[in-house]
Ligand binder design. Structure first.
Ligand SMILES: O=C(CO)COP(=O)(O)O
Length: 247
């Protein structure tokens, strides 16, 4: 089964009209591997600007959403609004959301269910913190996250799983290709045992945590690494090299 390589630039809370405009120019004119699906996740306030200026061959993602269509939820945006403004994807469960904003597995599950009801693609992040890794509970943490995800997914064709080594995010040092491959293989095995073999074979599992132009090729060569979610590296021209990691 071939899984289309998937690279998401997660801009997080970065950029301005000027810098985003420049980044979009770079992406629109770059020579990119046509076999790669590329998604840019912009801050909510720049979503429409990004969608209108970025070449239609790219998708655009929101970085979060809420669990109901509308109402008295100051500061939140809904999947219906994200769709209404022309986006196809939303990132859910990013380690920022889990560990700075205290989102639980259960809450992230509710977000997944509601985003799917609105036909939004979901890029769902899983992964362990440094503390959890040191305690030796990585598998336990990831499988609990997977259970909350699987309990809420209706359409696996619209899910991309992102394994983010929490301890590698923003450090400049990615997890080793061997570590990432091992975790991705375990996640696939979990899917085979708890969802189905077809889903285990078809769902894309991408890696995040200090992916850089110079280290992405070795990661991309691993058999269960189907792409990347990229923070800092997605704000620079280097992102083009990461998209082209398999070319
Ligand atoms: O959190 C990440 C992507 O969602 C990774 O960020 P960095 O690539 O900056 O480590």
């Amino acid at each position: 089964m071939t899984r289309k390589f998937f690279v998401c630039g997660n801009w997080k809370m970065n950029g301005s009209k000027k810098s985003i405009g420049e980044l979009i120019q770079t992406l629109n004119t770059a020579k990119l591997d046509p076999n790669v699906e590329v998604v840019c996740a912009a801050p909510a306030i720049y979503l429409e600007l990004t969608r209108s200026e970025l070449d239609p061959k790219f998708s655009v993602a929101a970085q979060n959403c809420y669990i109901v269509p509308s109402g008295g939820f100051t500061g939140e945006i809904s999947p219906a609004m994200i769709k209404d403004c022309g986006m196809d994807w939303v990132i859910l469960g990013h380690s920022t959301r889990r560990h700075i904003f205290g989102e639980s597995n259960e809450f992230i599950g509710q977000k997944i269910a509601h985003a799917q009801e609105n036909d939004l693609g979901v890029i769902v992040c899983i992964g362990e913190t440094r503390e959890e890794k040191e305690k030796g509970i990585t598998d336990q943490v990831i499988f609990a996250q997977m259970k909350a995800i699987a309990d809420n997914v209706k359409d696996w064709n619209k899910v991309v799983l992102a394994y983010e080594a929490g301890w590698a995010i923003g450090t400049g040092n990615a997890a080793s290709p061997q570590h990432v491959q091992q975790i991705h293989a375990k996640v696939r095995e979990w899917l085979k045992n708890n969802v189905s073999e077809a889903v285990a074979n078809s769902v894309r599992i991408i890696y995040g945590g200090s992916v850089r132009g110079d280290t992405c090729r070795e990661l991309a060569a691993q058999k269960d690494i189907d792409g990347f979610i990229v923070g800092k590296g997605s704000l620079k021209p280097e992102f083009v090299d990461i998209v082209n990691a398999k070319a």
